[in-house]
Design a protein around this ligand. Structure first.
Ligand code: NAD
Length: 391
């Protein structure tokens, strides 16, 4: 079958097996070309099939030879239908890791459920004995409460008043206005339930009760803050409330981990094109402007560069770089630099459909979006017939 990208409402619903394998290989090569360092060797990555989670799993395995358990919710390819990119990424990762002698287990299913948590616990018990690092990197549209069975959906909306802003359709290059209505109290609560820190805490509690937490166990989850013009839709909106909850949960988890000498950390990461960020109003335009400025200044990073720097300079450095006054790691340090933000703000005022190419790296945005799904990778022959159920 010839597989082409199938995109609906800026969501790409399929992936290309060979292209995904190639982009996983590119990330592996990035890490292998750099210095290795001591970091935890028994690692669980929740949300490990794409974006930041996949990059963290690659960094753990190929910088310090970690055994990893990756959890994600993806659709496998069948004989007649391609799977999601995350499915191909996870399977290609496992193949590449095992080929080089590293242990890797993939668990595909709902990480919010007790069944999947128990499956991971069993894998740890049977194969690793204990776990010393858990990366929590989920971006999910909905969550079923494991106790009540109630289904919660997350929304990206402002709080209190309407949000109107410029945005760009990164597929057509049209700069237009977008408006989002304010969230109801219920929508805010539901978004916190899905994207807040409760499930992260449940994962750690389960591992603790299961008796598999190693001494000095470490766990990390990812947050975002961003600039003033996305504040109303992001940090002060529903997702921002969920991120506040995630950060508060880090404190509770850290208390739980004190007897183990362990800690829960939040890293505020850079805004990047991923499946999750492409659907947030105004954010694609901000990212396209940001990419142009950061690439010109030669400080642009993708997921793997962010995760490698996070490990090397913060998490596993002999002298870790400083955290902010709330104890968070700031991987958005280059994004938020005054000169970067000033130039992006100036471009934001001037950008229109007609002058988009002058101010925004929308081609870079589109290319990265497609590559996340295995399309447009150099060296892959997309005219070749491929088996969608290759794994
Ligand atoms: P992504 O969409 O690339 O990956 C999300 C992962 O979550 C995938 O592996 C997916 O399979 C998994 N997932 C979703 N629902 C699941 C479920 N029910 N069970 C198991 N797995 C499930 O997302 P991303 O952009 O890498 O985001 C990861 C984290 O980083 C999020 O917390 C996000 O808020 C944060 N973050 C993202 C950005 C950004 O710009 N992309 C910036 C800062 C922080």
């Amino acid at each position: 079958m010839i597989i082409e990208p199938k995109i609906r409402n800026n969501i790409c619903v399929n992936g290309h097996p060979l292209g995904c394998a190639a982009q996983v290989r590119t990330q592996i090569n990035y890490v292998k070309a750099r210095t290795t360092f001591e970091s935890p060797r028994k690692v669980v990555v929740v949300g490990g099939s794409n974006g930041y989670g996949l990059a963290a799993r690659i960094a753990s395995t190929f910088s310090s030879g970690a055994s990893t358990v990756g959890v994600a919710y993806e659709r496998p390819g069948t004989r007649s239908k391609p799977g999601t990119a995350g499915w191909y990424n996870m399977e290609s990762f496992k193949k590449a890791a095992e080929k080089e002698g590293h242990q890797a287990w993939n668990v595909n299913g709902d990480a919010f459920s007790e069944e999947i948590k128990s499956e991971v616990l069993e894998i740890i018990r049977e194969n690793l004995g204990e776990v010393d690092f858990l990366v929590y990197s989920i971006a999910a549209p909905r969550r079923m409460d494991p106790e009540t069975g109630e289904l919660y959906s997350s929304v990206v909306k402002p709080i209190g008043k309407k949000f109107t802003s410029k945005t760009v359709d990164f597929l057509t290059g049209e700069v237009r206005e977008v408006t989002a209505d304010p969230a109801t109290e219920e929508e805010i609560a539901h978004t916190v339930k899905v994207m807040g820190g409760e499930d992260w805490r449940l994962w750690i509690e389960l591992l603790q009760k299961g008796g598999v937490l190693a001494h000095n166990f470490l766990t990390i989850a990812f947050s975002y803050i961003g600039p003033d013009y996305t504040k109303a839709i992001y940090r002060e909106g529903t997702i921002g409330k969920a991120k506040e909850d995630l950060e508060e949960n880090a404190e509770d988890i850290s208390k739980l981990l004190e007897p183990y000498g362990g800690k829960a950390i939040v890293s505020v990461n850079k805004a990047l094109v991923t499946r999750a960020s492409a659907v947030i109003p105004a954010v694609p335009l901000y990212i396209a402007l940001l990419y142009k400025v950061m690439k010109e200044k030669k400080i642009h990073e993708g997921c793997i560069q962010q995760m490698y720097r996070l490990y090397r300079d913060y998490l596993f450095a002999s002298t870790p770089a400083n955290v902010d006054d709330q104890g968070r790691i700031r991987m958005d340090d280059w994004e938020m630099r005054a000169d970067v933000q000033r130039e992006v703000a100036e471009a934001w005022q001037k950008v229109t459909t007609e002058n988009l190419g002058e101010f925004a790296d929308v081609d870079g945005f589109r290319q990265e979006f497609l590559r996340h799904h295995g399309f447009g990778m150099p060296g892959v022959d997309y005219t070749r017939d491929v088996e969608p159920d290759v794994f």
